[in-house]
Write a protein that binds this ligand. Structure first.
Ligand code: BTN
Length: 253
């Protein structure tokens, strides 16, 4: 079943709101969606541009899974965003970049930020924050960004409204989440792998305090990126900023 969607005009951050609700004891699965965020946050402490027209959504959900397994929800989220884009974009432009950036024609068009904590009832709460560039893309980003508006099917004049996009996203998410819950991670990883590019070529991974360069060799069973480095060793990368293919060149510094 799809959790209810709470649509707000403005909030600091839908992830921050999800955290507040979880910490105040709210245990209901729910989507928190905002038309505008005053303090939208991205990965690694970055700001997430949150002007009106794009989708800012967070699914608050509780899980009995252990934290390492619960983190797999990031792949569920990427698949749901890819389905949302598929519903409106020209065929063939949607892809995923490890682990959860959904791209349009190779440029970033969405971002996912997952936060978690321990609920008073002992379960783990997850805030799956999803930003989707429906109408516009930020300028001045390290890599070019794009929006759905720039890749719409020719029979569609405008990107979907916030309500419509949130509904499509929530329904797609519920389908993938149910599949994950009933069948485990393997079918999720298979579907994700089929949509993901760059997993078998040059790669630079910018981690917390080091930058690692090598050749990507697909993903491990838990979704970690397998990176073969120059001395022949295999590094398993679970988080970081990763650049593939021609984007990898010149990014080792
Ligand atoms: C990234 O840096 O790629 C992740 C960006 C995540 C942005 C979304 S927008 C909805 C939710 N609320 C936030 O403050 N951040 C996430």
């Amino acid at each position: 079943m799809t959790p209810p969607i709470h649509l707000l005009d403005e909030i600091d951050s839908t992830n921050a709101e999800a955290r507040r609700r979880a910490e105040s004891g709210d245990a209901a699965s729910q989507w928190i969606v905002a038309r505008r965020q005053s303090a939208g946050r991205g990965r690694r402490g970055r700001e997430w541009n949150s002007d009106t027209g794009n989708l800012f959504a967070t699914l608050l959900t509780l899980t009995a899974k252990p934290p390492v397994e619960a983190a797999q929800i990031t792949f569920v989220a990427a698949l749901a965003v890819a389905d949302l884009f598929d519903a409106f974009a020209v065929p063939g432009v949607v892809s995923i970049k490890w682990p959860n950036d959904v791209m349009l024609a190779g440029d970033k068009a969405s971002g996912i930020l997952i936060e978690s904590g321990l609920h008073a009832n002992g379960a783990l709460w997850l805030a799956v924050g999803i930003g989707v560039n429906l109408a516009h893309a930020p300028e001045g980003t390290e890599r070019p960004a794009t929006s759905l508006a720039a890749h719409l099917r020719t029979d569609i004049a405008y990107p979907p409204s916030i309500d419509a996009a949130a509904t499509v996203l929530a329904e797609a998410f519920a389908v993938w989440q149910a599949r994950w819950d009933s069948l485990g991670f393997e079918p999720i990883l298979d579907a994700w792998t089929a949509r993901t590019t760059g997993l078998d070529g040059p790669c630079v991974a910018r981690l917390g305090h080091e930058t690692v360069e090598g050749i990507a060799e697909g993903v491990a069973q838990d979704g970690a990126l397998r990176l073969r480095i120059a001395d022949g060793a295999l590094r398993l990368i679970s988080a970081g900023d990763v650049f593939f293919g021609s984007d990898a060149h010149g990014r080792a510094a």
